[in-house]
Unconditional design. Sequence first.
Length: 89
Amino acid sequence: MSGKRISLIYLVPFLHLCACLIITVLRLESGWHYMTIVDVPASVLVITFLYDFDHPLILFGTIGTLWWYLLSLGVAYCWKFLQSIRSRS
C-alpha cells in the first residue's frame, strides 16, 4: 500500500475520536445518542459496559474508534485483494 492509502485508514477513526471529544467538551448529552446510532455494532458492547460506568468518552472513544479502525483496515485489505484479482486478469 502507498503512504496516501495508509493515511486514509486513519481518517475515519480520527474523525470519530474528534467527534467524541467535541461532544465531551461541549457537554452535548444528545450527541451520545447520535454516536450510539453511528456505532451500531460497537455501541451494543459500549452500552453493556456503560451501565456501571460514569463517563462515556472513554468507552465510546476507545471501543468506537477501534471499531472504525478495524472497519477501515478491512476495507483497505478488501480493496487490495480486489486490485490483485484485477491485475491478474
